[in-house]
Design a protein around this ligand. Structure first.
Ligand code: FRU
Length: 509
């Protein structure tokens, strides 16, 4: 294009600025639309599923995610990318990995290759290495080797990625579901360990350089829940009173405790080769319907931070949002807790959630026959965290509701010793038969105290009971925002303490 004079140049620049402003404005508006989570990450536009490649490097938390940039339903998978300095405020970045001749980009992980074992580092720059599944739809019917593991690296702190010319680095031996590599550095063995979902079990591989992988062992074909295919595993260790306890997460779909997708876990030992569980009963990191495919950040030392996809394959493609589809859970700190002789995995919202704390109100010794919490705080206006302590284990419930008569109830039922979330009258429920339901979770704590933390957003509730021993995450879609809150109990006892904390939207500074 030939530019004729300076007036034209000024005109073009003004137009560009105006378009830029319009775009930014539109993006901001999207972040306000109905059901858009205000304290959870969701992409500005289109489809998201599993969190991928989470790595902490130079003060930045990287979050990649399964993303279809062309539509708000699942489709050709890319790795979307977002970054945060505090795990709460996220900035979406350009797409990190695009499909190529080897396939679309399925789930996986990323590591900071500090010792440059891969040789991808240059001029002292530490390579970030992503390990992911190449999913090749075009191999034709009758083949079952279309999922293979590949790698890519970044020398500019995750901004741009180069796929390795020797991909795939781990070829499919003929297993249809062969995916979702999670890689960790095994310090004792001075090697990388890959935990891979291989249909109905886990296969562990090891490598000295992230490029050539040897099989170490298999786990789980006859252990744990098998109501669906095994996906998105994670293996990591956590300290517990001077001991090292290993945790293996395995997502399964379907077959979750409340239907559809969910993530089970095992505690045990890992010697660099073999995972040996302490027990073989099935436990779930979250009993709610909407926490799937979650894994932990790498390169965070002994702190293990987890994030999950806040949805369920039963209905993920048809939940009533349009511009975008799906958000993540709040990031959670993981810890080992012992009950009797058993080691459990507990989750709590990360302490960084307090960066969006607005006003806090504390209520003590509250008689909760039917306590109008909304009235006491001047009605719910957006997101909140509510901490409740009861000095006994009596039944009680917390209700979120609106003037349209829609409601979500979370509570504890002493008669059956279970926590629950009931979304059967929560608003838009007809998009999926079975969405309108009351879901339950076992209470594991033997204590005579009930501690509940509720994290509430426009379209979700996360319940952390007894310091995170029992967790439930559920989504909902009210026709009008919930603005009322009540706490009820049939036995009119005194609740020791309620701490109500209003949380500020992460999208508006
Ligand atoms: C889990 C999953 C993964 C796969 C990805 C595809 O939700 O099915 O196993 O890599 O989603 O998007």
């Amino acid at each position: 294009m030939k530019i004729r004079n300076s007036a034209t140049v000024v005109c073009i620049i003004t137009m560009q600025l105006f378009m830029g402003h319009l775009l930014a404005q539109t993006k901001r508006n999207f972040m306000n639309e109905q059901h858009r989570p205000q304290i959870h990450f969701s992409p500005a536009a289109h489809w998201m599923n599993d969190p991928n490649g989470m790595v902490f490097y130079k003060g930045v938390y990287h979050l990649f995610f399964q993303h279809n940039p062309g539509a708000s339903i699942w489709g050709p998978m890319h790795w979307g990318h977002a970054t945060s300095k505090d795990l709460i405020h996220w900035q979406e970045q350009p797409i990190a990995l695009y499909p190529d001749s080897l396939g679309t980009i399925f789930s996986g992980s990323a590591v900071a290759d500090i010792h440059n074992t891969s040789g991808f580092g240059r001029d002292g720059k530490v390579p970030l290495v992503a390990i992911f599944t190449h999913h090749n739809d075009h191999l034709g019917a009758g083949r079952n080797d279309f999922q293979n593991q590949s790698i890519a690296y970044s020398l500019d702190e995750g901004k741009s990625w180069t796929k390795y010319s020797g991909n795939p680095v781990l070829k499919n031996p003929g297993i249809k579901d062969f995916r979702d590599p999670k890689v960790m550095w095994h310090e004792a063995g001075k090697k990388w360990v890959m935990t891979l979902a291989t249909k109905d079990h886990i296969t562990f591989y090891s490598s000295k350089n992230l490029k050539s992988w040897q099989k170490e062992s298999e786990f789980g074909a006859a252990i744990g829940a098998h109501g669906g295919v095994w996906e998105c595993p994670d293996l990591f260790s956590l300290p517990y009173q001077g001991k090292t306890i290993w945790v293996l997460l395995v997502s399964i779909n379907p077959g979750g405790p409340n239907g559809g997708s969910a993530t089970q876990y095992f505690t045990g030992n890992f010697d660099g080769k073999t995972f040996t569980p302490f027990e073989t009963d099935t436990r779930w990191i979250d009993y709610g319907a909407d926490n799937y495919a979650g894994i932990t950040w790498s390169n965070t030392g002994s702190r293990k931070i987890f994030i999950g996809w806040m949805n369920n394959w039963q209905y993920a493609n048809i939940v009533p949002t349009e511009q975008w589809r799906s958000a993540n859970t709040i990031p959670r700190d993981l810890a080992i807790k012992k009950v009797g002789d058993h080691y459990y995995l507990a989750s709590q919202p990360v302490k960084e959630l307090s960066v969006i704390k607005e006003k806090t109100k504390v209520f003590e010794n509250i008689a909760i026959g039917n306590y109008d919490l909304g009235k006491s705080i001047g009605s719910l206006n957006g997101a909140a965290r509510i901490d409740i302590i009861a000095n006994q284990s009596e039944s009680f419930s917390f209700t979120l509701s609106n003037a349209a008569g829609e409601q979500v109830i979370a509570g504890y039922d002493k008669a059956i010793n279970q926590y629950y979330i009931d979304r059967s009258k929560s608003g838009k429920i007809d998009f999926e038969k079975g969405f309108a339901a009351k879901h339950t979770a076992p209470r594991l704590s033997p204590k005579n105290i009930t501690q509940l933390t509720l994290v509430i957003d426009d379209a979700s509730i996360e319940l952390f009971a007894d310091d995170g021993l029992t967790v439930m995450t559920e989504i909902f879609f009210p026709n009008k925002p919930y603005d009322q809150m009540h706490i009820q109990s049939a036995s009119n006892f005194l609740l020791k303490k309620i701490v109500y904390t209003e949380l500020k939207s992460i999208w508006h500074k």
